[in-house]
Design a protein around this ligand. Structure first.
Ligand code: HPA
Length: 265
């Protein structure tokens, strides 16, 4: 077992969560609703990548959400911080080693679909890796040829859809396209993304999904839309806007997850 996994296991004590959540930009508020929280700053766990992006706390919070034992990664490191698409690998390997089976990924994203408005939530049905990067490059084993046909777990997606309907929250569905960032897209790139079949664009999640599937974790992911893509309105895009709008959609996503989590097991 890696040093990160053994430290994490020791700190978890008797807790044995099987579901982990990664919270994206501006979505950290969900940790406030965790019951019986145990907070572990990434800096205290060897191998956990510390992100310096404002709006990303960088800590693990273990506890219960809607009565379910969970492990929350509040904040993630992005490809654009280091140029390393596999930066989250040690953290995800540690989650796997301590018994996590299901990974819930969340992010803030731009909408390229006029029907999906800022403040709304989109379930990720599939993705397009537009970055050209892959976190499994230089992985020597044959497991690197990871199948991505069912990257986003069909049963978990149906649970999300049913749970959202049950509590009366709108949950869009669509394709997420990964751009490396950190600059935002141009209007031409947003038009291209739409033509190529994307509904949302963002700078995260795809590498974690690839790594999680490589490790054999089930994945479900959702985007909180913080803005329309570049050129769809007259406005310039900004990280401040992402951080401002994300909590609004984040509260919706938190309600959907609270309804869905008990049905995940
Ligand atoms: N583009 C890329 N990433 C984003 C956006 C966007 O418009 N909004 C939030 N994250």
């Amino acid at each position: 077992m890696s040093r990160s996994a053994s430290v994490l296991l020791e700190r978890l004590g008797a807790r044995r969560p099987r579901i982990a959540l990664v919270l994206g930009s501006g979505l950290g508020a969900m940790v406030e609703t965790v019951e019986d929280p145990l907070r572990l700053p990434y800096a205290e766990i060897p191998g956990f990548p510390v992100s310096a992006v404002s709006g990303h706390a960088g800590e693990i919070v273990a506890g219960r959400l809607a009565g379910i034992d969970v492990l929350i990664l509040s904040g993630r490191i992005h490809y654009y911080e280091s140029g390393d698409a596999s930066a989250m690998r040690p953290a995800l390997e540690a989650l796997k080693a301590v018994g996590i089976e299901t990974l819930v990924l969340t992010n803030a994203a731009g909408s390229v679909n006029a029907a999906i408005a800022p403040g709304e939530v989109m379930l990720i049905d599939d993705h397009i890796n537009f970055s050209g990067r892959n976190p499994l490059i230089s992985e020597p084993s044959d497991a690197r040829f990871t199948g991505m046909t069912t990257a986003y777990d069909a049963a978990l997606r149906e649970t999300m859809v049913a749970s959202a309907a049950e509590i009366g929250e709108v949950l869009h569905r669509g394709v997420y396209m990964w751009f490396s960032g950190p600059s935002f897209e141009t209007p031409a790139e947003i038009r291209m993304a739409r033509v190529l079949g994307a509904d949302a664009v963002g700078m995260s999640t795809v590498p974690e999904t690839i790594l999680a599937r490589f490790l054999g974790l089930r994945v479900v992911a959702a985007s909180v839309v913080t803005n329309y893509g570049a050129g769809m309105t007259g406005d310039e895009l900004s990280h401040a806007e992402t951080k401002d709008v994300a909590p609004r959609g984040g509260a919706k996503l938190a309600r959907i997850l609270a309804a869905a989590l008990p049905e995940f097991a």
